[in-house]
Design a binder for this molecule. Sequence first.
Ligand code: TRP
Length: 448
Amino acid sequence: MKQQRATFNSKLGLVMASVGSAIGLGNIWRFPCEAGEHGGGAFLIVYIFCVMILGLSVMLAEFFLGRASQKDAVGAFKVLAPCSMWKIAGYNGVVAAFCIVGFYSVVSGWTLEYIYQSATGNLNAGSVEEFTENFKNFTSDAFRPVLWVFIFMLITHFIVLLGVKKGIEQTSKLMMPLLFVILIILCVRSLMLPNSIEGLKFFFKPDFSKITSGVILSALGQAFFSVSVGMGCMITYASYFNKSINMPTTAVSVVALDTLVAILAGIVIFPAVTSFNISPSQGPTLVFVTLPNIFQQMPFGNLWSLIFFVLLAIAALTSIISLHEVVTAYLHEQYKMSRNKAATIVSLSGFAIGIICSLSFGVLSHIKIFGVIIFDLLDFITANLMLPLGGMFICIFVGWFINKKFLKDELTNNGTIKFRLFYVFFILIKYIAPIIIALVCINQLGLF
Ligand code: TRP
């Protein structure tokens, strides 16, 4: 007997779960860090183009693959193109999910430490230098961050086990709106800091001379990372969509909300960066040094920081769940494992990679591959290589190998909803997206 697949309960829950996957550390931690390292305003412009045009198209293509096949990231290709090599795009996704879980769980663990510090009233350091020092000491420790990775993976594990409806949907529905509210409050606070205008200029005023191929690739990678596309995450989620969902409008809402949160995060971080005289290009430390400084200057600072880091941890949780789900669904469906067993394998191996990534800030920091520590390597390879290439293959597959009428019928729910821009979408995934992504990657490799 064929088992009925789980579906998301309500329309709102479904949008929220996809939004929950998209909004996470990518928006609040990774985005300001990438924008800071790659020239602020120049990066922002390229980013917005990448996310609105390319990210959105790939997301819709993934939605199509997931709902049409009702399968996991690998299974979708197997069903829609039996006996072909396309399933490699699915395997790329499964491997990428593992690598992302590895470094993502480390940063998620950091948020737990900051929750703990705020709750115990210890997140006061005095100067920027001290905050930086404390952060470095903490992250290079061999034990404490690893413990937090463990706790975070444990929570993830149990939510994934609760399954699609109870675990994923409920968590997202409640927490995402809250995160939004607190970000707005922080924006206001940050804009009131002295010298905040310089930060806004850095973030919004593009200096076109700063746009290099490296900036474009990073913006492209960040765009895909932020909206969770390029590795089958949205294929997996869309396989739980029911047949009445309007996928084009869902994709637009997810991308729009995600971009809004990234921009809000920028408005919180950069004014504070200039106000406290922090270097915007200090990478992964940026958020963890800037924010405590803002909180410290607010009345009830510890309380604010507690609320903020709790929400950040939850945003991270709803994202890591979606990564976990990609691999769990794959093992569960392709190897006919129980969900329980599949999830356990993923959690344990994710934890193992997490340990290595965490230690790469401390005892393993001497191991450098291509000149960077393991954490940075996984971050770079996944976001700047696996996601863009995965996204390119997804576009080529849907644009060239799927029957156009089938594609249109699925995206319009058999003609019952309107999708006026279908042809624009089709040209984007068939020609424009693959060409742009290929050019950016080839250019970055220095081949022309
Ligand atoms: N988009 C999430 C964030 O911004 C991270 C994430 C979740 C992700 N699922 C993904 C990134 C799939 C790439 C692919 O934090």
